[in-house]
Design a protein around this ligand. Structure first.
Ligand code: TXA
Ligand code: MG
Length: 332
């Protein structure tokens, strides 16, 4: 299959209507979209990504009202959160209605819904007239795509088209919260933090253990996606908690590695180096993280050491833990 790279919304709508897959930009990461109400189309998502069929997808809408037919009921807490944080990088898990095909939710009785803020994404969903099921548009296990080039690298020839737009401004996937029971649980951290949500609803938000711990008992996992190895370059990744200078000495004496650290570290490092933003800007780190993880493989080295700073953003830490398969050196 030849993958069309286009900026035409009409073309994207035409292909989606035919049950084809189109990679679409959102403010978080590029998504791999299909008509959420077309079972055959959704099946293609799992095939193209090599995604395990027990890992459910997020359903994307363009206005809050569009959620009504997709869920059993709209609890007042969920309504309040939607009014405040949508459109934006937040996904809510709610009890599903019968309209959503089982394949979308991997057989669960709940569905993940998100209203993205990027204007082109909302316009596309509006023009299309149906909700879009879309996981991140990477091959399963690879870092999520934050530019259309990343999508091409992973899925060229496997999908009908890529709706090309600017790079994703947030850079990590949406925050996922579970509202099917109380208290609210955070299943995946993103740019919107548990603290922001908790301050707003004036109730505690429980951060799921899997967010920053290795959970070996699968029965304890509330979000199926957590079980899988994620975000990994081909090169082995090891996280290192250390000061800038100690880290530089360590990587400089190790000829077969790539150093991944902050802009401020570059002056001490004289081996292959990839920056994931300024140590003082969490937004930079979120935006650059996945591109940095993809860059690691360009060097053909045995190992990549990533410097962790104190107070690292939880979403960045969560993705790095998975990219490294929880391989962390606590001190040098
Ligand atoms: O920012 C994002 O959320 C991007 C863009 C494209 O919208 N999408 C995305 O989708 O990251 P994906 O499929 O890569 O991640 C969805 C996560 C997975 O960890 C999945 O297990 C979880 O959400 N999820 C989906 N439905 C769920 C449900 N009903 N219950 C629990 N977890 C669910
Ligand atoms: Mg994903």
């Amino acid at each position: 299959m030849k993958t069309l790279v286009t900026d035409s919304l009409e073309k994207a709508v035409e292909l989606l209507s035919k049950g084809e897959l189109v990679a679409i930009p959102t403010e978080t990461v590029y998504g791999l979209a299909a008509d959420a109400l077309n079972e055959t189309a959704v099946k293609k998502i799992f095939e193209a990504k090599g995604r395990p069929s027990d890992n459910p997808l997020i359903v994307h809408i363009s206005e809050i009202e569009e959620i009504i037919p997709l869920i059993k009921n709209f609890p007042s807490m969920a309504q309040k959160i939607a009014q405040k944080f949508w459109p934006g990088p937040l996904t809510m898990i709610l009890k599903k209605s019968d309209l959503i095909p089982e394949i979308v939710t991997a057989g669960l009785d709940s569905v993940a819904i998100r209203l993205p803020s990027m204007p082109v994404t909302r316009e596309l969903i509006k023009k299309f007239g149906h909700p879009l099921a879309a996981p991140s548009a990477n091959l399963s296990g690879r870092p999520s795509p934050t530019s259309y080039r990343h999508v091409l690298d992973d899925l060229d020839g496997k999908i009908a088209a890529i709706l090309k737009s600017e790079d994703c401004s947030v850079g990590v996937e949406s925050t996922v919260i579970d509202l099917t029971s109380t208290p609210v649980h955070l299943l995946r951290p993103g740019k919107i933090t548990a603290e922001e949500i908790s301050d707003f609803i004036e109730e505690k938000v429980i951060i799921d253990k899997s967010v920053d711990h290795f959970v070996s008992d699968l029965k304890e996992v509330r979000s199926p996606g957590v079980k899988y190895k994620h975000y990994s370059p081909k090169t082995k990744v090891v996280l290192v908690k250390s000061s800038s200078k100690k880290f530089a000495n360590f990587v400089n004496s190790n000829p077969d590695c790539v150093a991944v650290a902050f802009d401020e570290d570059s002056k001490y490092i004289n081996t292959e180096f990839v920056s994931y933003g300024s140590e003082s800007s969490q937004n930079d780190q979120l935006r650059l993280l996945f591109d940095s993880l993809r860059k690691i493989d360009n060097f053909n080295k045995k190992i990549a050491y990533v410097r962790l700073a104190p107070n690292l953003n939880l979403a960045v830490f969560n993705r790095l833990l998975r990219a490294s398969a929880f391989n962390v050196i606590d001190d040098l």
